[in-house]
Design a binder for this molecule. Structure first.
Ligand code: SF4
Length: 260
């Protein structure tokens, strides 16, 4: 009788987001354990919990669900007050694109989405069906976006907590590029995109001088396809020890699966 052969399933990335790209760049094994194996990283840190809370406060304020001005956002008061007056603002959406960079759907936050039908977004674009789930190539989470009616420029804002760090400027730039690229696809009639980060603790708006004109769209798509290619082709996911290993929930010291 022929011995039964066990089949090893080789996992690979089929979709990306900024956080997946960032985690893969930091350490391929870390990205695999977190995003493909979905192993919990351990307890949520106080910083992460606060970030979630601030996002919710900002969203509630901008939606008009909070009357007074929240103390947590005071350092950026003028920006939030001005944003709340804008018409056509969209909050906390996730945009979903396929490999051809076509927008195939979007999700809303749970309070806007239908809680009984978490896949209601399938009906929102192109009569998408279950096959659309497997077509997702890129996910982009937007905190706030609005088209400026005077300039026809899409303004995209990412709420941030914690310190604004000059040495992180490169990663800030990468995130803003993704907002610009996806914003131009989602809004094909805008002249361009002005993406920004609002550091609510530091009182800093980063990116206000940045503008990506419409003609940048193909360049950004090509650039990001090249950047994520190694992540999509990887089947080995080797560990890459780095200066964040000491915080990694998968490290050896906490009985994680990593050898480091
Ligand atoms: S401990 Fe370091 S090398 Fe190991 S998975 Fe975490 S980040 Fe990667």
């Amino acid at each position: 009788m022929e011995a039964m052969k066990s089949k090893t399933v080789i996992k690979q990335f089929t979709a990306w987001s900024y956080s997946r790209y960032r985690d893969y760049s930091r350490c391929p094994l870390f990205a695999k354990l977190k995003h493909l194996d979905k192993l919990p990283e351990g307890e949520e840190s106080p910083q992460m919990a606060r970030g979630t809370l601030i996002h919710k406060i900002a969203e509630d304020y901008l939606r008009g669900a909070i009357r007074g001005f929240p103390a947590e956002l005071l350092a950026m008061k003028k920006y939030y007050e001005a944003a709340r007056c804008r018409k056509g603002m969209e909050l906390e959406e996730q945009w979903l694109f396929d490999k051809d960079h076509e927008l195939i759907g979007h999700t809303f936050p749970p309070e806007v989405n239908d809680p009984k039908n978490p896949f209601a977004w399938f009906d929102t674009f192109n009569n998408a069906d279950w096959a659309a789930w497997r077509r997702i190539y890129l996910r982009v989470k937007m905190d706030l976006n609005v088209v400026d009616r005077d300039t026809n420029v899409l303004i995209v804002v990412d709420h941030k907590t914690g310190k604004f760090r000059d040495y992180e400027l490169e990663s800030y730039g990468l995130q803003l590029e993704i907002y610009a690229m996806s914003g131009m696809i989602k809004y094909p009639d805008v002249a361009g995109v002005s993406p920004r980060m609002w550091y609510v603790d530091a009182g800093v708006q980063y990116g206000e001088d940045l503008f990506f004109p419409r003609k940048d769209q193909p360049r950004l798509i090509k650039l990001w396809d090249q950047r994520v290619k190694p992540m999509f082709n990887d089947t080995k996911f080797k560990p890459k020890p780095n200066n964040k290993c000491r915080y990694c929930g998968y490290r050896k010291e906490v009985d994680g699966p990593c050898e480091f």
